[in-house]
Design a protein around this ligand. Structure first.
Ligand code: GLA
Length: 382
């Protein structure tokens, strides 16, 4: 039997660095995905080929704790994701079978489009099908998050794994990361999603990310001196934050301010989507970018230039850096009739300003992860 699992990447339109503060987010699954082809094996090994890294790794399902391959060498960073998912599934008592697999992907790696969550989810849904067990998609998302947070070491929130598993064509997902309630909200039909890659990758994203998360937790502890009822920054309003500002250092205040105001922007953005007010929605995206640049300080010069250029072009309703930050991709909402002019001018002007060639992708809001087996597969594997 052979199978193909397809797990999409995502952009986040609003609600950045909010998911680990228990707020609501507004991501979109996109039509760029990890495609994992696989066949089950009779032994306990996982053999994975990753053409993007020109590597093949073999690891043993009985020895995942060591994070080593079958020859005893440390797993390369990309292989920690499938090994982590296998580990987390086993921790939940779910059967994980040996497989031979090959990873193909058109999601740029480490560029803020959630290539990691897509990789995790592609293995999780595959192992679910081969293992003959079934858990609901939210549980599967949480297991993948545990893999990333506890095995790989990036203390991420639940947004990326959630949207990868729940994506709905043509829609953004409003997801409350505390109650886990969510709904699909239609995106305006005549607006295109354009993703532009700054070309910048920062090695330290993981540690800077974990540090931001720790600061948010510290802010909560400090605010609890006068607001004992709060559990997360999600519970703090902008008015509360100004009132209790004296409890925080300037730097902690700025981080908290981003989160608290971003939570409000998500609510406003949801209303804009429901009313069909794409202009006001776009304005909130620009504000979100400025806030992650000035208060949360997770942007970089190149992303700022990209967003500034985008904002100056006709038809651009809103634009912001998307995902964990420190470079990677920015997402723009652009009126359809301006899309081709927008993408070519953005590329040209960004190159003039930075000397970097930006990859620009036109994306569609897509469905979540799925697995096809044998008879459904003809024509799908190349
Ligand atoms: C990464 C994490 C998410 C989220 C974003 C920032 O993509 O995996 O959980 O925190 O950064 O919004």
């Amino acid at each position: 039997m052979s199978c193909l699992s397809i797990a999409p990447g995502r952009v986040n339109l609003l609600g950045e660095h909010v998911d680990y503060n228990e707020g609501a987010v507004l991501p979109v699954a996109i039509d760029r995905a990890v495609r994992l082809t696989a066949e089950p094996l009779l032994h306990h090994q996982v053999i994975v080929e990753a053409p993007a890294f020109n590597q093949e790794v073999v690891f043993d399902l009985c020895q995942l704790q060591e994070k080593r391959d079958a020859a005893g060498n440390p797993l390369p960073p990309w292989a920690l994701y499938p090994a982590g998912v296998a580990w987390a599934l086993q921790e939940h008592g779910l059967t994980v079978r040996g497989i031979r697999a090959k990873i193909l992907s058109d999601i740029p790696i480490g560029a803020g489009l959630s290539s990691s969550a897509a990789l995790e989810v592609s293995f999780a849904v595959l192992w679910q099908m081969l293992g003959g067990w079934s858990v609901d998609r939210m549980t599967l998302a949480r297991i993948c998050q545990e893999a990333e947070s506890q095995y790989v070491g990036m203390k991420c929130g639940l947004m990326d794994q959630f949207v990868c598993l729940h994506g709905v064509q043509g829609c953004a997902l409003y997801f409350d990361t505390r109650s886990l309630e969510w709904k699909a909200v239609a995106l305006p039909a005549d607006i295109a999603i354009v993703v532009a890659d700054s070309g910048v990758r920062h090695e330290l994203v993981g540690s800077a990310y974990n540090e931001r998360r720790a600061v948010c937790e510290q802010a909560v502890r400090l605010l609890q001196q006068e607001m004992p009822e709060i559990h997360a920054l999600r519970d703090v309003s902008p008015a509360d934050l100004s009132k209790h500002r004296h409890l925080l250092t300037e730097s902690i205040y700025r981080r908290a301010r981003h989160v608290v105001e971003e939570c409000v922007r998500v609510q406003q953005a949801l209303e804009c989507l429901i009313k069909g007010d794409a202009v006001a929605f776009g304005q909130l995206m620009f504000e979100g970018h400025a806030s992650q640049r000035d208060f949360y300080e997770v942007s970089c010069r190149e992303s700022d230039i990209l967003v500034e250029i985008g904002a100056s072009l006709p038809g651009c309703l809103g634009m912001r850096q998307t995902g964990g930050g420190f470079g990677g991709c920015s997402v723009a909402l652009v009126r359809e009739e301006h899309v081709y002019q927008f993408t070519s001018q953005l590329r040209d002007k960004y190159f003039q300003a930075t000397g970097i060639h930006s990859e620009v992708y036109l994306c569609r809001a897509s469905e979540g992860a799925r697995v096809l087996a044998d008879d459904q597969l003809s024509g799908q594997i190349s």
